[in-house]
Design a protein around this ligand. Structure first.
Ligand SMILES: Cc1cc2nc3c(=O)[nH]c(=O)nc-3n(C[C@H](O)[C@H](O)[C@H](O)COP(=O)(O)OP(=O)(O)OC[C@H]3O[C@@H](n4cnc5c(N)ncnc54)[C@H](O)[C@@H]3O)c2cc1C
Length: 443
């Protein structure tokens, strides 16, 4: 038997966030991870052919990710992500080839975003005026309204506010699918409204993109693991928890699949919803976790023989790909070619596509908006399908999430699927880890 103060199960950003805070608070932490690598759904690796750093899926962070920014400061990697001074997003319409941009104005929040939206040339003037309905609705959020929003889908909510199909396609769906990872006709309006409020209100840079300049492991994972070890904690790879040990009604440690038993004063379970259900066999939380459904994200990594796109990233309208990221520019990879990562969120209809089909779809979409891509040669490609990228925040899922809490003393539950009020994001995961750590230190 090994003695340990706090055991954290799972080394995604939720587990790391908890482990870092507890290590800094003087606790002895043992972090156990099933895989041979750390980071869970935020990790990077070196592509064998090109030597470039590839993420398991391109991630975007935002200025409103306050817990994440604090976490980056704690682990010393805040300087590795650049915050836009003011929100700027380029759009490119795959159907027409037209380009447009959203720039926040110099006004204070939330007027800075709304004045920017009012100038969005891809949207007809009448639709731009009706954007004000959404602004008013965001200002008037109350507890009673939250209940109503939880059971409405994003599409129903936007239609109620007079948002036309055009403005939904050209603006709202881009934000909804990107942040909630499923179709606006499936997902609950409540987490969408929370995303919009946290981005548009408060400080002006809440709406800005926070752009990683390095791979996800270098930004979010490796410095955290170093900190935990430097503070005397233990990081164990290839250590899969089989169950949480409960003695006399309280959590007292975990049993590993290897048969080893680890003691702890507190256990933090920071695994995804689909793993939590088996670890907590038979508990109420386990049943709730197993009622959540996952939604996939596909990333098509393309290495062109020449530069094809200028912006750092672009939202692709009316395309099959939804975003294209100029990784060469973001990560300063150098060389004469260009490395671009194209992303499809809520990718259920594409998961059966073969690699070559997905590469063709991505090249076709890029060629429609960036003429240089038409003559360019794809020298290398890598398609990554994350089948269980996030849970889908449907109205039913959002109802379940309001009541996820451990009733077992000294057992704490973290992860992007818990009751964070946010969709499955880095911010939600980091926040859940902070709250679990606070639960431990509060005794
Ligand atoms: C392709 C992709 C793109 C995304 N894009 C964005 C984005 O742009 N912006 C954004 O904010 N978010 C994005 N997300 C979501 C974000 O990555 C997740 O919400 C977040 O990483 C979840 O962190 P977590 O710690 O809750 O879970 P995880 O990262 O899944 O960590 C859980 C860990 O627990 C481990 N584990 C499971 N079972 C056991 C066991 N029995 N014993 C020990 N360990 C176990 C797992 O191996 C894993 O390492 C994206 C996700 C994906 C996959």
């Amino acid at each position: 038997m090994t003695n340990s103060n706090v055991i954290v199960v799972g080394s995604g950003v939720a587990g790391l966030s908890a482990a870092v805070r507890l290590s800094l608070a003087g606790r002895h932490v043992t972090l156990v991870e099933r895989n041979q690598y750390l980071g869970g759904r935020t990790r990077s690796f070196k592509d064998e052919t090109t030597g470039d750093v590839v993420d398991n899926g391109q991630h975007l962070l935002m200025g409103c990710y306050h817990d994440t920014i604090e976490y980056l400061q704690l682990i010393g990697s805040r300087h590795l992500a650049i915050l836009q001074p003011s929100l700027h997003i380029d759009f490119a319409d795959v159907a027409t080839g037209q380009r447009s941009s959203l720039h926040a104005s110099g006004l204070p929040a939330p007027a800075h975003v709304f004045t920017g939206l009012l100038q969005l040339s891809s949207i007809p003037i009448a639709d731009r005026i009706r954007l004000v309905n959404v602004g008013i609705e965001l200002l008037r959020l109350s507890a009673r309204k939250e209940q109503l929003l939880r059971s409405l889908t994003v599409e129903e909510w936007l239609k109620k506010l007079g948002q036309s199909e055009k403005v939904r396609t050209y603006l709202w769906d881009v934000i909804a699918i990107g942040s909630l990872n499923d179709s606006p006709s499936n997902v609950s309006a409540l987490p969408f409204v929370r995303v919009l409020r946290s981005a548009f209100f408060g400080h002006r840079t809440n709406a800005s993109m926070l752009i990683p300049k390095v791979g996800l492991s270098e930004l979010l994972v490796d410095p955290a693991a170093r900190l935990i070890s430097e503070k005397g904690g233990q990081v164990r790879l290839g250590a899969a928890a089989k169950s949480v040990r409960i003695d006399n009604g309280r959590a007292t440690g975990i049993l590993l699949e290897s048969g080893e038993s680890l003691d702890a004063d507190d256990v933090i379970l920071a695994v995804p919803h689909f793993a939590a259900s088996s670890l907590l066999a038979d508990s109420e939380v386990s049943q709730k976790a197993s009622a959540l459904h996952s939604s996939p994200i596909i990333t098509v990594n393309l290495w062109f023989d020449r530069p094809v796109m200028e912006p750092e990233f672009v939202a692709l309208l009316n395309g099959r790909m939804q975003w294209a990221f100029n990784r060469s520019k973001m990560l300063h990879t150098g060389g004469s070619g260009q490395y671009i990562a194209c992303v499809i969120s809520g990718a259920g209809s594409y998961v059966d596509f073969e690699k070559d089909q997905l590469v063709k779809v991505a090249v076709d979409d890029l060629s429609a908006v960036f003429p240089a891509a038409r003559a360019a040669v794809v020298r290398h490609s890598l398609v990554l399908k994350e089948m269980r990228a996030t849970f889908s925040p449907t109205p039913a899922a959002e109802k379940i999430r309001t009541s996820i809490a451990s009733r077992i003393p000294h057992l704490h539950i973290a992860g992007d699927w818990t009751n964070t009020g946010l969709p499955a994001t880095i911010e939600g995961a980091v926040m859940s880890g902070r709250k679990a750590a606070e639960g431990v230190t509060a005794g």
